[in-house]
Design a protein around this ligand. Structure first.
Ligand SMILES: [Zn+2]
Length: 253
């Protein structure tokens, strides 16, 4: 039933020029995972991440998550005096996400803003993770994946951030940087509690990302999945543990 609905949605969005299906991205695949994605042996992000193969080509993300969006989180100008004069470098921090269960954070350095942003976007894609959503809010209990499934904690530098499930309609009761990253991840409602120097944007962003990473790695019980309505990754893509074995088989072919 869910698959049928997803297929229908895909064909509809395809007509509008947008698609959730993997698109053909032309590139010279150099890694095993890259070749598997290009050869359509792996057709969704979940399988790509669960394959255990290193993700070293941003084009993999481009073809599996064509709707991916990016947002510049921080531009930091670093000046240095040398014998030949003043040297300027930029450190760029970027977040990427498909607004439906996948999010990444990346950084890059360079002399020009434009090319550094592009490099940071690529790095964010290589750091992409699958997050869990659900309705962990006892006040809500709708079992829809609109918030975090349970309280999660992330740290970076002096910053500690805790996200807690919030009921429908609360929105993102967080700082601006967290709002950008959670939006890209596809979380709609959330409470945030922070400690430390939240003005240091980059550490704050890293703490947010680390919290989401913890959320994806935490062990959960099967009964919790049903109770809280936990979804890992994109809504509508059917995922079962058996699939992991399937991928291993495909790999051998
Ligand atoms: Zn709810």
């Amino acid at each position: 039933m869910a698959i049928a609905r997803q297929r229908q949605r895909n064909s509809e969005s395809f007509k509008k020029g947008r698609t959730s299906q993997p698109v053909s991205v032309e590139w010279d695949a150099k890694t095993k995972l890259g070749r598997m994605v290009k050869g359509k042996k792996i057709t969704n992000m979940h399988d790509a991440l669960k394959s255990g193969l290193p993700l070293r080509e941003p084009e993999i993300v481009d073809s599996l998550l064509p709707e991916i969006d990016d947002e510049v989180i921080d531009v930091n100008m670093v000046q240095r005096m040398t014998d030949s004069g003043r040297r300027v470098k930029f450190v760029i921090t970027v977040a990427v996400g498909n607004k439906d269960g996948y999010v990444g954070l990346g950084q890059a350095k360079g002399k020009e803003v434009g090319s550094s942003i592009r490099k940071a976007i690529d790095n964010a894609k290589l750091n992409i993770i699958e997050i869990r959503r659900g309705c962990g809010s006892w006040e809500c209990g709708c079992r829809q994946p609109h918030t975090v499934p349970y309280a999660i904690k992330g740290k970076s530098g002096s910053i500690v951030i805790i996200f807690k499930p919030a009921p429908h309609g609360i929105g993102l009761a967080t700082g601006d940087v967290a709002k950008k990253i959670l939006t890209l991840a596809g979380i709609k409602d959330c409470w945030a509690f922070t400690k430390g120097k939240t003005k240091t944007t980059v550490n704050y962003a890293k703490a947010v990302f680390n919290a989401l990473k913890q959320n994806s790695e935490m062990r959960i019980m099967k009964n919790e999945i049903a109770k809280v309505g936990i979804v890992s990754g994109s809504i509508g893509i059917v995922k079962e543990e058996i699939k992991e074995e399937e991928i291993k088989v495909k790999e051998k072919e």
